[in-house]
Design a protein around this ligand. Structure first.
Ligand SMILES: C[S@@+](CC[C@H](N)C(=O)[O-])C[C@H]1O[C@@H](n2cnc3c(N)ncnc32)[C@H](O)[C@@H]1O
Length: 183
């Protein structure tokens, strides 16, 4: 079936198997609980499932795409048709979630800042493996006194310890209440 990407939902689907593998290998997820934000056509989802997580939660705003995924995957998945900006992530599980997201580019910074500002004592995730547009990633990781440095860099580095994992993938993980992002 031909699926046309909706610009209004920041859709942009990953098709390169090698890149998908690299992204999913950013975390060890066997027997862990995993959240994928915006699974889209399920290419990343498919690779996540191969790693045998204990539970997989998919949150997708596009109901049509979610219905297609329901037909496609029979794995132990919670399908949630909702806007990630409206979700209380800390109520999704009693365990820490590993999060994957090739984030919708039109709201990627909104999602990240929501997660950072909502961080309380109880942190609901152990790792965030997120894809941003390069310009946004550059702002997230930029250092003081560089041209990309600004509000987003300050907010991100306030709670997150960031390292670039690869040119496409930022991997954020909690360590002593600071998150680490690996290149
Ligand atoms: C960049 S695409 C990534 C799709 C897929 N994960 C991939 O990598 O091929 C972003 C996905 O997020 C979904 N999306 C957009 N806005 C959303 C929102 N507010 N809440 C949840 N999902 C959203 C889109 O429908 C789309 O499937």
């Amino acid at each position: 079936m031909m699926i046309r990407a909706k610009k209004s939902l920041g859709q942009n689907f990953l098709i390169d198997d090698n890149i998908i593998k690299v992204i999913v290998n950013c975390a060890s997820i066997e027997n862990k609980e995993v959240l994928e934000v915006g699974p889209g056509t399920g290419n990343l989802t498919n690779e996540i499932i191969k790693k045998k997580p204990k539970r997989l939660i998919l949150i997708e705003k596009d109901e049509n795409l979610l219905n297609i995924l329901k037909e496609k995957f029979s794995y132990n998945i919670d399908f949630i048709n909702n806007d990630i900006l409206q979700v209380s992530e800390n109520k999704l599980s009693n365990n820490k979630l590993t999060v994957f997201g090739n984030l919708p580019y039109n709201i990627s910074t909104e999602i990240l800042t929501k997660w950072i500002f909502n961080l309380k004592n109880e942190v609901w995730f152990d790792k965030l493996i997120l894809l941003f547009q390069k310009e946004v990633a550059d702002r997230i990781i930029s250092k003081f006194n560089t041209s990309a440095y600004g509000r987003l860099s300050i907010i991100s580095n306030w709670k997150l310890d960031i390292k670039k994992k690869l040119i496409l993938c930022l991997n954020l993980l909690i360590q002593n209440q600071k998150l680490k992002v690996h290149f």
